[in-house]
Design a protein around this ligand. Sequence first.
Ligand code: NAD
Length: 374
Amino acid sequence: MTYSIALIPGDGIGPDVVREAVEVLDAVADKADHTFNYAELLAGGCAIDQTGEPLPPETLEAAKECDAVLLGAVGGPQWETLPGHLRPERALLGLRAGLGVYANLRPAALLPQLKAACPVKDEVLAASNHEGKAAFDLLIVRELTGGLYFGERGRTPDGNAAYDTELYSKAEIERVLRAGYRAAAGRRKKLCVVDKANVLESSRLWREVAAVVSKDYPDIETTYMYVDNCAMQLIRGPGQFDVIVTSNLFGDILSDEASVLTGSIGMLASASLGDPVSGKTMGLYEPIHGSAPDIAGKDLANPLATILSAAMLLRHSFGLEQEAREIEAAVNRVLDAGYRTKDIASRGGDAAAEKIVGTREMGQRVLDALAGKL
Ligand code: NAD
């Protein structure tokens, strides 16, 4: 089969990690006799430098023509003083809205090989795990194209006050909830709606819609939790969660918190999905980390989150489940063999068994594992 993938490397470590993911995709294509055609596109700070805008219209048009999009990260200190509408991060919002990818799936699981990098004690993890293990496996489904990040914002005429608006329609809430229920159906069949319904009217609407939509999924247990409690429960008992569905703002914050529990933000992949059209699902796939300017160009970035994002791309947009699993298994074997980038090296744990490698070597080890050499 032939597929087209838009590549948006972006800024900072973005190009480094996307390069490794592309090599992995190419290896999978060779093995399974698929053809992946790439269109490399500009967005973020590099686009501002070359075209004057963070998301040139050609980029969005070309991305829409492709079957899926793989993105690195955008942003950096050199663009931080630009006005809001010209900041690199605007490109992300424009891509998400322009591609109509409203459901952001952010899996966070603790891999046994990285347990030492998790800041929570084993006994705390085990207390909430359904099998009593020091582990967790949860999925945050974040609404991505509405809410506070897209609502009306501004300053008062005297400039002494500013506002942002949280606005959600019933239809926006319903479609992301359904994406959550579809995901929960293939997992442990638990869905928790996270909101601030004790204070916010928009959250109360989320609960009303969830009460109706949940009736269509009687075999899935639906619960509700306030976001402040959820922030605490993620640390006290991450094992209690299966699927969390929440708004754009809350999902942004909670998923960064969850990433720390897995050992490093450098491990977490994400998929942003739209509605399936004629059997095809447009998706934007990216690691959840940013452009990490502090380590850019130093061969220190962990490429695994982007490689795992490429696996999600194969699964969700191309339906290549077997190939996606092969990539995930290869990453597991590399970790089993003790290879670690600095961010996931254990602190005082089993350091003797670990081999610290850079971005390039980590990518190469995944290729070795795919080729059966590891
Ligand atoms: P960040 O995620 O870039 O970095 C946070 C910390 O995690 C840093 O110490 C960094 O070195 C480390 N880190 C991140 N990714 C890593 C990886 N793959 N391997 C090893 N270590 C890694 O967040 P930040 O510092 O808050 O933001 C930096 C820039 O990125 C800002 O301009 C921000 O706006 C932008 N940003 C972009 C995205 C995106 O493109 N999706 C997301 C978040 C932040």
